[in-house]
Write a protein that binds this ligand. Structure first.
Ligand code: DQA
Length: 143
């Protein structure tokens, strides 16, 4: 099973970025945890601060078994990312570390949620693991 873990803008700074909101774990910690937890999944990990690059990676992985996507601030603004998700076959799960619904109102709306399989928010890095488990379950239900 092939899964893409895709992280958007400013998430490269996890660990030092607003630790009260996003915790102290880094993207490298996330990668290590997921690879350890799911030894049989073939992961690709990508992070970009650029919308076009995120779109390119979504296109490249359109045939993956699933995508876990934290689009960060682009979640709330990007029609292009929404269209990219709608254009590909791979199921996408939207993930946020923080509970966006308990924060500023501009974070309450997601442009991408309607074209995603599901949404997980507020559970920190655990959200990525739960999303991966959901993708696994989805794949098993299709077999
Ligand atoms: C975030 C929430 C977004 O509103 C914010 O812009 C981020 C991170 C999260 O993981 O909680 O950059 O996606």
């Amino acid at each position: 099973m092939r899964v893409l873990i895709l992280n958007g803008p400013n998430l490269n700074l996890l660990g030092t970025r607003e630790p009260d909101t996003y915790g102290t774990a880094t993207l490298a910690d996330l990668e290590h945890d997921l690879r350890t937890y799911f030894p049989n999944i073939q992961f690709r990990f990508e992070q970009s601060n650029h919308e076009g690059r995120l779109i390119d990676v979504l296109h490249e992985e359109r045939g993956a078994d699933g995508i876990v996507f934290n689009a960060a601030a682009y979640t709330h603004t990007s029609i292009s990312l929404r269209d990219a998700i709608a254009a590909i076959e791979a199921p996408v799960i939207e993930v946020h570390l923080s509970n966006v619904h308990a924060r500023e109102s501009f974070r309450h709306h997601s442009m991408i949620a309607p074209v995603c399989q599901g949404v997980i928010a507020g559970l920190g890095m655990t959200g990525y693991r739960l999303a991966t488990e959901a993708l696994q379950a989805l794949q098993q239900s299709e077999q």
